[in-house]
Design a protein around this ligand. Structure first.
Ligand code: PFF
Length: 453
C-alpha cells in the first residue's frame, strides 16, 4: 500500500538540505573512527588512499543516491520499485534498509558512551591519578549504565524523526551543525597551540606505506562509505525530499567536502594535543574514550575542553543517527502506510533491542566472538555492515544506474535545476566502470587478506 495520498515533504531551503545531509555524513565516523583508523593504518598513506576513495567512489555515489531518490520520490525500497517495476532490484533497497538497521543498532551504543562521557570526563579529569583505561572499561563493562545512555540517545533520535523532515531533521540540523563546526574549531586551536604540538602533526601526517595492504585498502573503502553515509540509502532518502529545481552536483560536492574536511580536522584536534601532553595514542576505538580524557586531565581547563569534545561527539552522532532512522521510517511510511510517529517509535525500539548484544559484548557476552573474525560484537556489527554491506550496496546501486536505469538518464536527472556546474560523461564513466571495478577488487583483496593470510 502506498501513502501517495499524502503529499511528500520537501526541504524548505537549500541550506536545510545541505546541512542535514552533511549532518548525516559528519558523525562518529569522522571524529571517533577516522583518527584511530589513520593511526592504525599508516598515517598520511591511509589519508591519501582515503582521499582517492572519496573522489573516485564517494562523490559519484553521493550524486547517484541523490538522483535516484529525487527521481523516484521514495524510500530506498520504493526507489527501485518505481524505477524498475516488477524486478528483483527492490532487494538492493531492502539490503540498504537492513544495513541501516544494523548500523544504527551499534551506533547508538557508541553514541551512548559519548553522552555519558559529557559528565564522566569531568570526573576523569579532576580526580588525580585516575586510571583512564579503567574508567572506560568499568563504564562499558557495567551492564545497565551503557544501556540507559544508549536508550536515552535512541529516544532523542526518535523524537527528532517523529517531528518530520522540516520540523525535525532540518530544524535540528540547522541548529546543531553550526555548533559542531564552532566546537571543532575551538578544540583545534587549543590543540595545535599547545607547546610540543608538532610531534603529533608529524605522527598524523607521516606516511607509512609499509602498512598498506589489502586490509588497508578495504579499510579506507569502508571508511569512505561509512563516513559519507553511502551504500544503504540514507542519502537516497534525503534525496527523495528534493524537488526538481534543487541542484544536485554542487550540493553533493559541498557535502563530500565538508565531510572530508571535518575528518581531517578531527585529526588536528586530537593528535597534537595527545603528543604535546606526552601520550602515545592508544590504537583502536579507545582513542577517544581513554587517551583523550587522560590528555584533558593534563591540560589547563581540561574538564571544560573535555566536556566540549564529548558534546561535539554526541551532536555529530545525533545528526547521523537521525538519517539512519529516517531511511527505515520512510520505508515503513511509503511502503506499508504507517504513520511517521508509529514507524519512528516502533523502529527505534526494535533497533535499540538489536543493539543490546553489541553493548553486552563488553560485559555479559565478553567472551563471545565469531570464528575467524577475532572481534568483539560491536566491532563485528561494524565490520559486517561497513566492510561488506555498504560496499555491496554501493556496487549494486552503481550497476543499477549504469546498466539498468541508464547512466544518460541519471546524468540528465542530476543536471536538472539551476546548476552551478553540471556533471558530464566522466560521471557516467565512473559509475559504469570505475566504481564497480574498484569496489570489486578492493573487497576481494581485503577479504582475502582478512581471512586467508
Ligand atoms: N556517516 C556517519 C558517520 O560518519 O558517522 C555514519 C552513517 C550515517 C553511516 C548514515 C551510514 C548512514 F547511512
Amino acid at each position: 500500500m502506498n501513502d501517495s495520498s499524502k503529499k511528500r515533504e520537501h526541504w524548505a531551503t537549500r541550506a536545510g538540505f545541505v546541512l542535514a545531509t552533511a549532518g548525516s555524513a559528519v558523525g562518529l565516523g569522522n571524529i571517533w573512527r577516522f583518527p584511530y583508523m589513520t593511526g592504525e593504518y599508516g598515517g598520511a598513506a591511509f589519508i591519501l588512499i582515503y582521499l582517492l576513495a572519496v573522489l573516485l567512489l564517494g562523490y559519484p555515489l553521493i550524486v547517484n543516491e541523490m538522483v535516484l531518490g529525487r527521481a523516484a520520490q521514495r524510500n530506498p525500497v520504493g526507489v527501485f520499485k518505481v524505477l524498475a517495476p516488477n524486478s528483483p532490484w527492490w532487494l538492493v533497497g531492502a539490503l540498504g534498509v537492513f544495513t541501516g538497521f544494523i548500523i544504527l543498532s551499534y551506533y547508538g551504543v557508541v553514541a551512548g558512551w559519548s553522552l555519558a562521557y559529557i559528565y564522566k570526563v569531568v570526573i576523569a579529569t579532576v580526580v588525580p591519578g585516575i586510571d583512564h583505561a579503567r574508567v572506560f572499561q568499568d563504564h562499558i563493562g557495567s551492564v545497565w549504565e551503557p544501556i540507559l545512555w544508549q536508550a536515552l540517545f535512541m529516544i532523542l533520535t526518535v523524537g527528532i524523526i517523529a517531528a518530520g523532515v522540516v520540523k525535525g531533521i532540518q530544524r535540528w540540523s540547522m541548529v546543531l551543525m553550526p555548533v559542531l563546526f564552532v566546537l571543532l574549531l575551538v578544540l583545534i586551536v587549543r590543540s595545535v597551540t599547545l607547546p610540543g604540538a608538532e610531534e603529533g602533526l608529524v605522527y598524523y601526517l607521516r606516511p607509512d606505506f609499509s602498512k598498506v595492504t589489502g586490509r588497508t585498502l578495504l579499510a579506507a573503502l569502508a571508511q569512505a562509505f561509512f563516513s559519507l553515509s553511502l551504500g544503504m540509502g540514507a542519502i537516497m532518502t534525503y534525496g527523495s525530499y528534493l524537488d526538481n529545481k534543487d541542484e544536485i552536483p554542487s550540493n553533493a560536492m559541498i557535502v563530500a567536502g565538508l565531510d572530508t574536511g571535518v575528518a581531517l580536522l578531527a585529526g588536528f584536534a586530537l593528535f597534537p594535543a595527545i603528543f604535546a601532553l606526552g601520550f602515545e595514542p592508544s590504537a583502536g576505538p579507545g582513542l577517544a574514550f581513554i587517551t583523550l580524557p587522560a590528555v584533558f586531565a593534563q591540560m589547563p581547563l581540561g574538564a571544560f575542553f573535555g566536556v566540549l569534545f564529548f558534546i561535539l561527539l554526541a551532536i555529530a552522532a545525533l545528526t547521523s543517527a537521525i538519517s539512519l532512522l529516517e531511511a527505515v521510517t520512510a520505508w515503513l511510511m511509503d511502503e506499508k502506510g504507517w504513520s511517521r510517529k508509529r514507524a519512528a517509535v516502533v523502529m527505534g525500539v526494535v533497533i535499540f533491542i538489536v543493539g543490546l548484544p553489541a553493548t553486552l559484548g563488553y560485559s555479559v557476552l565478553k567472551d563471545f566472538s565469531f570464528p575467524g573474525l577475532n572481534k568483539d560484537l560491536l566491532d563485528t556489527y561494524d565490520w559486517i555492515s561497513n566492510s561488506i554491506f555498504l560496499p555491496v550496496g554501493g556496487f549494486l546501486m552503481a550497476i543499477f544506474t549504469g546498466y539498468v536505469w541508464g547512466a544518460k538518464r541519471a546524468t540528465d536527472e542530476a543536471n536538472k535545476g539551476h546548476n552551478r556546474f553540471k556533471i558530464g560523461r566522466w560521471w557516467a564513466f565512473l559509475i559504469r566502470y570505475a566504481v564497480p571495478v574498484l569496489i570489486f577488487f578492493v573487497m576481494a583483496l581485503g577479504i582475502y587478506d582478512t581471512f586467508f593470510r
